[in-house]
Design a protein around this ligand. Sequence first.
Ligand code: AP5
Ligand code: MG
Length: 239
Amino acid sequence: MTGTTTNSIAAAAPALILFGSPGSGKGTQAKLLRESFGPHISTGDMLRTHISAGDDLGQSAETLIKAGKLVPDEVVNELVAERILEPDCKDGLILDGYPRTVKQAEVLLKMMQRDRFRPAVVHLVVDYDKIVARLSGRRQCPVCGTIYSSTSNPPKIAGKCDRDGSALETREDDKESVIRERLREYDSQTLPILDFFQKSGVSMFEINGGEDTPQRILERIRVALATVNGGASQASVRS
Ligand code: AP5
Ligand code: MG
């Protein structure tokens, strides 16, 4: 490795990849981590913004999302490639729900190299039966994005956001039949990425995301990531 390459790695900004099945808590953790890591980039949220705008991209994505299917790689690759070049990403960023196929992961690692980011993967593992229960009770604020759970984290006033009082919404893809399809897509298309990342030498941490409060899971993530930020160039750890 040349001196120039070493310097550019040292200067690279951290890119935290929150990886995990639908409902594993990626969005919840991203919102807790963004103060210290950088902007929360969720391809699902970006696609839902296009759906709300009713533009061409949104219209073609909507049918797929409602069916629990993945949106084509080229569409999400382009969204992410543009977003990570925005100035607020220069010191670090959080990716949530991207990459979701090996093809996307290949494109992402090229982007990371080109734009000088240092990727680290946090894999949130949650039992699938728990996922179905979680997602059936999820409610989200359409204005500020705060995520609630009717069981584990209910709003103070039923149906209203604690922060801005907006009426909370249920996602259209949170019906049990669609959740099951999303889990099938995750098993067949997304899980193989872990093998690809392992072979590519990306730092990876497996965190049990099912047995504790979001705050305690956050602490485990912080401890795991401290080993990377403390200088380890490669790691694969369970917590
Ligand atoms: P996306 O929006 O990314 O959805 P997802 O990956 O299916 O994940 P979710 O948002 O459902 O769950 P989450 O892990 O964020 O969990 P959350 O924190 O909300 O994608 C939607 C669709 O868009 C895809 O199906 C696909 O069609 C398309 N798409 C998106 N990205 C794509 C890509 N890259 N390529 C192709 N297509 C793409 O938590 C869930 C619930 O659990 C909440 O109620 C929360 O309060 C609760 N909870 C969280 N943590 C805990 C805890 N510790 N204990 C108890 N409850 C908890
Ligand atoms: Mg989410």
